[in-house]
Design a protein around this ligand. Structure first.
Ligand SMILES: Cc1cc2nc3c(=O)[nH]c(=O)nc-3n(C[C@H](O)[C@H](O)[C@H](O)COP(=O)(O)OP(=O)(O)OC[C@H]3O[C@@H](n4cnc5c(N)ncnc54)[C@H](O)[C@@H]3O)c2cc1C
Length: 388
């Protein structure tokens, strides 16, 4: 096993780094460095810059407008974005609904949606979870009844990330209430402007409006907005959730948080004992990050051989990656000390950098929940890797 990058891969890394340095607007960069939320326009502009370079859809094959990169190139690209730090292309678009449509969509759906997904002309959100269906997604209750060439959808979804910006929602509905849970589910594409769609904000502990509830009351959805066959949505769901773990370890983000913590410690504390204490704490996280990076390289090396087959061991990356990101954000919070307490709920652009630290740490509390909670990942590891 060779865990080093090849000369070509190192050259690719340099190309990506140079492009980000030259193209990322300084305002977006500053906000990313300080952990501030971006506006919709900033996210759209950056994705369009990447798309103009052919890089907005790292995992897409060339035939569907992607760069046709290897798994290692995709990882290098994401790692450079995380370390810069720069925004990732919108995951709902490029990691979730895009691959679903080029794998399961009709020719009309591909032609209609894929170019707009890549360029963020349409913003998508994910309408899967419901108040009683998160980890146990197959128990979802939102119903869809056929009425001529439409479905009539009724139900409630919850935790829809950035649905307030969305033009479309890919969603799961129950089309056969008599079948066993997984067998009666269908995937539908719902325009957010359709009559009967209501988006209600959920303000989270970090003071941000990122997630929402979505209510669906007698929403009429044309049948050409169904993905795959009726009652066959579960296989597509498994495919989509597998892709959601792309670049899930986000080691570059943890490194960035540690860099911030170290810089703040130098500014905040000139006491030698305190400095030593911070350095020790940072070193412990860095050691674990190094181990995780090696695990990631081992998995990438295996994927070099077997294309992009999902590997249950990637659950290790989700669990450890989120734990370490949370640890790095906690350290940053401790270093900021009382200055972090100035962040009471929502903050604006004028708040100083230390005041954004608490919000970052609170935001990251959710990282071990979404994308499949860490407890569920541990169940997967126990079953698929340890054979328990
Ligand atoms: C910030 C944020 C953004 C989100 N964005 C979206 C989105 O855009 N679209 C969307 O559809 N959903 C989204 N979600 C929802 C997310 O997918 C669910 O929260 C997640 O799957 C957990 O489901 P739940 O909240 O219903 O918790 P539950 O499933 O009720 O779990 C509660 C607790 O029990 C544990 N648990 C559950 N089952 C088991 C088990 N079998 N073994 C061991 N432990 C178990 C869980 O790990 C968790 O700790 C988001 C969530 C958050 C917090």
């Amino acid at each position: 096993m060779d865990l080093r990058l090849t000369d070509e891969e190192n050259a690719f890394r340099a190309e990506v780094r140079d492009f980000i340095r030259a193209s990322l607007p300084s305002r977006i960069h500053r906000k990313m460095v300080e952990g501030r939320a971006l506006t919709k326009d900033e996210i759209v502009d950056w994705q369009r810059t990447l798309n103009a370079r052919g890089w907005a859809t790292p995992s897409w094959p060339r035939e569907h407008g992607g760069p046709g990169w290897s798994v290692v190139q995709r990882w290098i690209f994401l790692d450079e974005l995380h370390q810069a730090p720069a925004p990732e292309p919108l995951s709902f678009n490029v990691n979730m609904i895009g691959p679903v449509l080029f794998s399961f969509g009709t020719p009309e759906q591909k032609a209609r949606f894929l170019p707009r997904i890549a360029n963020l002309d349409d913003w998508w959100c994910q309408g899967f979870s419901e108040p009683g269906a998160g980890s146990d997604l197959a128990s979802l209750k939102t119903s869809a009844r056929r009425d001529g060439d439409h479905y009539v959808v009724n139900g409630q979804k919850t935790w829809q990330g950035m649905a307030q910006y969305a033009d479309w929602m890919f969603t799961l509905v129950r089309t056969d209430p008599t079948a066993k849970p997984q067998a009666g589910i269908t995937m539908l594409l719902i325009p957010m402007t359709a009559p009967g769609v209501t988006v209600r904000p959920i303000i989270t502990i970090d003071g941000r409006h990122e997630v929402n509830e979505v209510f669906l009351d007698d929403v009429r959805v044309p049948i050409d907005c169904r993905v795959g066959d009726e009652n066959k949505g579960w296989d597509i769901t498994k495919f989509l959730l597998g892709n959601e773990r792309t670049g899930i370890a986000r080691i570059g983000m943890s490194k960035h948080l540690l860099r911030r913590a170290k810089a703040l410690a130098v500014q905040a504390d000139d006491d030698v004992a305190a400095q030593t204490r911070w350095r020790e704490k940072a070193a412990l996280i860095e050691i674990e990050l190094k181990a995780l990076e090696i695990t990631q390289m081992r998995l990438l090396d295996a994927m070099r051989e077997h294309a992009a087959e999902p590997d249950a061991r990637s659950s290790i990356l989700k669990v450890k990656g989120t734990e370490l990101r949370q640890a790095a954000a906690e350290l940053l919070l401790q270093v900021a000390g009382p200055a972090a307490a100035r962040c009471a709920g929502e903050f604006d652009d004028t708040a100083d950098a230390a005041a954004t630290v608490a919000s970052t740490a609170f935001t990251l509390r959710a990282a071990s929940i979404y994308g499949g909670s860490n407890e569920i990942q541990k169940n997967i590891l126990a079953k698929a890797v340890l054979g328990l």
